[in-house]
Structures are given as structure tokens and as C-alpha cells.
Design a protein around this ligand. Sequence first.
Ligand SMILES: C[S@@+](CC[C@H](N)C(=O)[O-])C[C@H]1O[C@@H](n2cnc3c(N)ncnc32)[C@H](O)[C@@H]1O
Length: 258
Amino acid sequence: MVRQVLGRYPALLALLAQLGATALIGALVYLAAQFAVWRPSWLLAGMAQGLLAACLGRCFGLSRWWWWLNLAFVPALLALSGAPLPPWVFLAGFVLLLLLNWNSFGERVPLYLSGAKCRRQLAGLLTRQAPDFSFIDLGCGPAGTLLWLARQFPQAQFVGVETAPLTFAIAWLRSVPQSNCRIRYQSLWRTDLSAFAVVYCFLSPAPMAALWDKARGQMAGGSWLISNSFAVPGVPADQQIELHDWRQSRLLLWRMPG
Ligand SMILES: C[S@@+](CC[C@H](N)C(=O)[O-])C[C@H]1O[C@@H](n2cnc3c(N)ncnc32)[C@H](O)[C@@H]1O
């Protein structure tokens, strides 16, 4: 029961990791103050806490982005509350967020990532295709899912399109060693879908109706449109697969009529 609740709410596990790391590092700092001459600075203690919290998060089975959150949480709090940071740090943070979330404003599609369960389900579905199938991820983000799939299916061709500048740069760099995967700086609305056996997207409710019209107009008969979580208004999916993750995600599949 406890395991089920914790598995369903990763924020609780992250909190446990934070509390455990804080208790342990707090005890070490206390002991150092009692018995040793050397005393760590608050920032150093915070960084050790972050490192331990990230390791605990990993042991608890949290997904990767939680490790980074656990790592940075307390050090960031300490840095922001204690040190007078120069204004450019805030400007740099803002620009970084802007370059990563470029599409949140115009397209209303922010950056969040497909999880491990989704990848495994996609891989299972792709085994039904001919070995040299072609796959596209519309808004591929940093291309984690795309590259993982490209490694599983070396004979198939994978394409990602992305328009957030920094996200695209990361995806492109990561794809360089993977010969069956190409990343384009291109809007999904300018991408021709006719050559792809499988079109995957994880966007938001906002573009789904227009995307359906585009897919119906361009995709070949027998090809598949797969949407992570977001439905097409008024068009029931041909198949739905629950992913049983903390987001309650599901894959929705439509087979294009021949
Ligand atoms: C929710 S993320 C999904 C990332 C990745 N596909 C995954 O499943 O892990 C959506 C991505 O779509 C990108 N995006 C939004 N509108 C786009 C557009 N018109 N053309 C290309 N990419 C777009 C965003 O920048 C973001 O990286």
C-alpha cells in the first residue's frame, strides 16, 4: 500500500529523499562542529545535501529529471537566499527558460518529456512494423525518446522536428552519432507527413484538431498517428493504451484509412 502510494506520487518520494539527505548531512555538520576544527560552508553542505538527495532519488527509482531537481533544490535555495547574485544571473535564467520553452507562447505547447513506460510501449508497437519503417516525432524536445527508439531499431529511419532553439540544438548535437536519426529545425506545421509509417506527438490539447486535419490530408493509408495523452476532439482513437504512470498518461492510436 505504502509502495503503491509512493510509486504514484513521485513528489512524495522526492520529498523523502530531500528529508533523508538533509537529516544525514545535518548530522554530519553537527558532528563536525562538535569534534573537528573544519566546518563546511552552508553552500558546501547544501551541495553535499543535493548530491545525496539525487542519489537517494535514484535509489528510490525516480525518473531522471527528478534526480536533477533533487540535486539543485537546496543549493539553489541557499544561493538565492544568502548570496547577492548579480542581475545577469536572473537574465540568463530567463533567457534559458525562454529558449527551452519558446513554443509555450505561440503554440501553447511547453516542454515536458515522454517517460520510460511510454518508450517501452512505443517500442512494442513498432515491432509490428516492417524493419525499415520511418518514424517522426513532431516536437521531439531534446530527442531522448527518439534516440532511444533509433537505437532499438537500427534498420528504421527516425526524424525529429523541433522549433525551440536551445532544445533543437541539444537534440541535434545528441543525434550526431546516431546515423538513423535526423533532427530538423522545422515547425511541425511545415513538415510533410506522407513518408512516415508512424507519426508520434506529445503536444497539448491546443493543436490536436488542426494536427488531425493535417494528418488526414497527408498521411498514407495504413500509417499510424500516435498521440501521447492528448485526444483529437470528436475523433475517437482506434486503440488506447494506458501507461500506468504518475501522470496517468495513455497512448492514443489512429490508423489512417486506406
Ligand atoms: C511536450 S514536448 C515533447 C517532447 C518529446 N516529443 C517527448 O515526447 O519527450 C513538446 C515539444 O514540441 C515542441 N514544439 C511545439 N510546437 C512545435 C512546432 N510547431 N514545431 C516543432 N516543434 C514544436 C516544443 O518545443 C517541445 O519541445
